[in-house]
Design a protein around this ligand. Structure first.
Ligand SMILES: NC(=O)C1=CN([C@@H]2O[C@H](COP(=O)(O)OP(=O)(O)OC[C@H]3O[C@@H](n4cnc5c(N)ncnc54)[C@H](OP(=O)(O)O)[C@@H]3O)[C@@H](O)[C@H]2O)C=CC1
Ligand SMILES: CC(=O)N[C@@H](CCC(=O)OP(=O)(O)O)C(=O)O
Length: 347
């Protein structure tokens, strides 16, 4: 068996990692750690994780995380670098935070306003790259992996096939996405009060202000092999989980609409977690809840000369914890799909 420690186990992402690891055939759960909730029993914080109810959360220290084959970090941004530095090089560290996702130190400083910790291999295995490669090539056997943000996961996979195949213009990409409230974490925040969220949708980070803008542009630029510019608008939706993103881009002049669908079909034909739905069936967040799936559908808007791609992910599963387990599987040489659900919970 392989032993895993989970730091941030009292939070939403940490709890979801534990839920998935409970069903994992070869990874067993070792230390579980937290911040202010250290000393609490998991059963008090995650009543749904019944088999772990009596496990006591430890302080998040290098000593608690020592002696494992893989360490999952599900901590707020900025907490990963110092801890990861204490983990031996031969132990896999899978970081759910943003600290090591960006190549550009300049983009990091602009959006996170702290010193850039560095760059680790980016944990989106299915991402098609220019020239026919896949992002997973960088993840097999890796010992440090940065798990993507939840919005960049569905959005990058929605548009990458068209960019990798040169079908869409890199300078006219527009994305509007709605996220469930768990995307913001478990901490109390005024804009997440029930009376603010229930029965209402709200935009935020409008005008290129969201920190996922540079992450999405980075991923799409890897796919295109050239810089890509994105206008991204997130919105908060009154649901606990799920992201529905609508991504549109201008088709290159002369692109035959008939080849567009084929590019996406081909890109994901062999991917167990990324599915282009049958024509005319559109993704819904309910269809991905609790699963490691990305569901996609697209249409060519011939009048506007654009392709419109809709993607749905569960922000806590494929958007964080599922991706983290998938990356751990790749890092440790296990079957990539081990322990990962491929069916959602609809309706
Ligand atoms: N929620 C989502 O959909 C996604 C989250 N992520 C990333 O995953 C990470 C965790 O997010 P999420 O679970 O939502 O956040 P939560 O706020 O739900 O959980 C944060 C966790 O970090 C712990 N923590 C906070 N401060 C400290 C500290 N100083 N020392 C040790 N532990 C600490 C908390 O412990 P305690 O509560 O006991 O203080 C808790 O276990 C973040 O980096 C987030 O950006 C990435 C993609 C999507
Ligand atoms: C609804 C909501 O607030 N969502 C979060 C995104 C969460 C995520 O992807 O996490 P990272 O912080 O790890 O990038 C936000 O927009 O800030």
């Amino acid at each position: 068996m392989t032993r895993a420690a989970v730091a941030g186990a009292s939070g939403y992402a940490g709890g979801e990692i534990l839920r998935l690891l409970l069903a994992h055939p070869t990874i067993e759960i070792g230390a579980v750690t937290a911040g202010s909730n250290a000393g609490e029993r998991l059963g008090a914080l995650h009543p749904h994780l019944v088999p772990l109810a009596d496990r006591v959360l430890q302080d998040t220290t290098p000593e608690a995380l020592a002696g494992h084959d893989v360490v999952f970090l599900a901590l707020p941004h900025g907490h990963s670098a110092a801890l990861a530095a204490t983990v031996p090089d031969d132990v896999a560290v899978i970081d759910c935070g943003a600290d090591f996702r960006l190549e550009s130190g300049q983009a990091w400083t602009r959006f996170y306003d702290t010193e850039h910790a560095g760059t680790w291999p980016y944990g989106l295995p299915e991402l098609p790259l220019t020239g026919g490669a896949r992002q997973r090539d960088q993840l097999a056997g890796a010992r440090r992996i940065a798990v993507p943000g939840c919005y960049p996961t569905g959005i990058s996979l929605a548009l990458a096939p068209g960019l990798a195949e040169g079908l869409i213009e890199p300078d006219d990409v527009v994305v509007v996405a709605a996220s469930g409230t768990s995307g913001a974490g478990k901490g109390l925040k005024a804009h997440l009060l029930g009376s603010e969220v229930m029965g209402s949708m709200s935009p935020y980070g409008v005008g290129g202000g969201h920190r996922h803008s540079p992450e999405i542009e980075q991923n799409l630029s890897w796919a295109a092999g050239a810089p890509v510019t994105v206008s991204f608008t997130p919105t908060l939706a009154p649901m606990p989980r799920g992201i529905l993103a609508t991504s549109t881009a201008r088709l290159r002049p002369g692109t035959d609409p008939a080849v567009v669908r084929g590019a996406w079909e081909q890109a994901y034909a062999d991917e167990p977690f990324v599915h282009l739905l049958p024509e005319g069936v559109w993704p819904r967040t309910a269809d991905v809840v609790g699963s490691n799936l990305v569901l996609l559908q697209l249409a060519v808007d011939a009048h506007a000369g654009r392709v419109v791609v809709v993607s749905a992910v569960d922000n806590l599963t494929k958007g964080t914890a599922g991706a983290a387990v998938q990356c751990a599987n790749l890092a440790l040489g296990l079957a990539e799909t081990s322990g990962l659900p491929v069916a959602g919970v609809a309706p």
